[in-house]
Design a protein around this ligand. Structure first.
Ligand SMILES: [Ca+2]
Ligand SMILES: [Ca+2]
Length: 116
């Protein structure tokens, strides 16, 4: 049986003659840029008049935690009176993350002014 990649993202994968699909040498995957790939695999028999069939393969890129949380805006400039009361709420910041699942944490943090 002869296998080949005949459609889709053929530059990202290779297939050997056992039908094993591998990532192409040097190919790097980044879920945040492209989360899934589709390829068309063709199998061709070795008959005197070869016959072939095709199948579609969907490859999903799993996420790794390769992005740090990003603040949605610059940290606010906050003024605090020197005699402010204990644990007064003075600012709110938030951050998001390009990763997914457990690798992302939408952060909302309240800053408190604490008398030392
Ligand atoms: Ca992350
Ligand atoms: Ca990621």
């Amino acid at each position: 049986m002869k296998y080949s990649l005949t459609g889709g993202d053929t530059s990202s994968f290779v297939i050997d003659q056992n039908g094993v699909i591998k990532t192409a040498p040097g190919k790097r995957f980044d879920r945040e840029s492209k989360a899934s790939y589709s390829i068309t695999v063709t199998a061709e028999d070795s008959g005197s008049q070869p016959r072939r069939n095709t199948a579609g393969v969907i490859v999903t890129v799993f996420d790794v935690n390769d992005n740090v949380p990003q603040f949605s805006n610059n940290p606010p400039k906050v003024d605090v009176k020197e005699d402010e009361t204990l644990s007064k709420r003075i600012a709110k910041v938030s951050a998001s993350d390009k990763d997914t699942g457990k690798n992302v944490k939408h952060l909302t943090t309240f800053l408190f002014f604490t008398l030392l």
